[in-house]
Design a protein around this ligand. Structure first.
Ligand code: PLP
Length: 405
């Protein structure tokens, strides 16, 4: 739970590059780039300087109605220039979950504007994570995030993450004329790092075209060089109707997210009198957050982290796959993007009476921060990690596995 009020805490006091320091002055390797977002690494003074300059010039002002600010306009143009979306338009939000909800509402509102208000159904996939706002919670492909909240948003369903056929069956079950959109991450991240099977996204894009369904890609984890490109989905050669982004856009230095939508979807609402898409939040388009994002994108481009990350992807893959022979390990998923999952066998966990949290704790006690989900340890370091640091990360994880074995 995201709380700063209960239980003993691991207090992160300082960070620089791939390193963190706790309040005792002990150092840790940040094996997860915080929560999948610190792509350029910690402690970049040029982002701090950009934030300072922006706050000193224009701290904040709403982008409600016809208000705008320069950083928001510049960032929107820059993102649109790189998005694999036809005639792209950008809507800014304060984070990923808000962007998911914005995209879901825009999809439904688009169909209503087309005279098809019955097209409201949203399909997502098992293991998919789309944030914990209303629509995101309703579309999430992991039951533990959905239960206990009463009735969620209706007209949503989840299909097998690796099957184009399963998606088509669901479209036909619901009725194509009732389906608004299909949501998918390029690689399932928080659900356990699952790359799609060969040809999956081509098949999905074809289906969506055939049945007139909007194809929405959630690039919140996969974007901004984690997959060697801007939005992750370029890797699979398809063009969605909308892209949801957050995290790496600012490397998390300040919160920011958004939706890039095709002009066709935006058209009923763009520059129309009376604001027919009635949606927006107080801090969307915050100039200081946008200035942080611009400075972050400058670093990504100047240091060519798009290319560097492809080398890191290969190095991480070869290092982490060496854990596949460990007796506790069932499977290691890696090799597409700078992310990996080390899945432990259920039997091994049950026999020892442990969970992945024990492995996480052992790794952290040895100076490496990872992420534990029910069966797997997840790895997603900053994109400036070196070969030696990857080696250190993986050998520490092996030592943590040995310690609980
Ligand atoms: N979508 C994906 C794919 C994510 O991984 C996340 C967060 O991890 C979100 C959406 C939600 O973003 P936020 O936590 O900024 O609301």
């Amino acid at each position: 739970m995201n709380t700063v009020t209960q239980g003993p805490k691991f207090v992160v006091s300082e960070a620089e590059g791939v390193w963190l320091w706790d309040d005792n002055g002990d150092r840790y390797l940040d094996g997860t780039a915080s929560l999948w977002y610190c792509n350029v690494g910690h402690g970049r003074t040029e982002i701090a300087d950009a934030v300072y300059r922006q706050i000193s010039t224009l701290d904040a002002y709403t982008v409600y109605g016809d208000f705008a600010n320069e950083p928001a306009l510049q960032l929107s143009e820059r993102l649109a220039a790189h998005a694999p979306v036809a005639d792209p338009r950008v809507i800014l939000t304060c984070g990923g979950g808000e962007a998911v909800d914005t995209a879901a509402k825009l999809a439904r509102r688009y169909w209503a504007a087309q005279g098809q208000p019955e097209r409201g159904h949203l399909i997502s996939r098992t293991g998919g994570y789309h944030g914990l706002h209303g629509f995101g919670t309703s579309m999430i492909g992991m039951d533990r995030f959905r239960t206990g909240f009463g009735r969620l948003i209706e007209d949503t369903s989840v299909v097998a993450h690796d099957s184009v056929e399963a998606l088509e069956e669901e479209i036909l079950r619901v009725g194509p004329e009732r389906v608004a959109a299909y949501f998918a991450e390029p690689i399932i991240g928080a659900g356990g790092v699952y790359a799609p099977p060969e040809g999956y996204f081509e098949g999905v894009a074809q289906l969506c075209r055939r049945y007139g369904i909007l194809f929405i890609v959630d690039s919140v984890i996969c974007g901004f060089a984690r997959m060697g490109n801007w939005f992750g989905i370029e890797r699979f050669g398809v063009r969605p109707d909308m892209i949801v982004f957050a995290k790496g856009v600012s490397s998390g230095y300040l919160p920011l997210g958004g939706v890039i939508t095709s002009g066709e979807v935006a058209e009923p609402f763009w520059n129309r009198p009376g604001n027919p898409f009635v949606h927006g939040t107080t801090y969307a388009g915050h100039p200081t957050c946008c200035a942080a994002a611009m400075a972050n994108l400058d670093i990504l481009e100047r240091e060519d982290l798009f290319t560097v990350s492809l080398e890191i992807e290969t190095q991480l893959d070869s290092a982490v796959q060496t854990l596949a022979d460990h007796p506790l390990v069932r499977e290691v998923r890696s090799g597409v993007g700078v992310m990996a999952a080390v899945e432990l066998t259920t039997e091994a966990l049950e026999q020892r009476g442990i969970t992945t949290s024990e492995v996480f704790t052992e790794a952290r006690a040895r100076g490496v921060v990872l992420r534990a989900i029910p069966h797997s340890l997840l790895i997603s370091p900053p994109l400036i990690i070196t070969w030696e640091q990857i080696d250190h990360l993986v050998s520490t994880l092996r030592a943590a596995l040995d310690a609980v074995d």
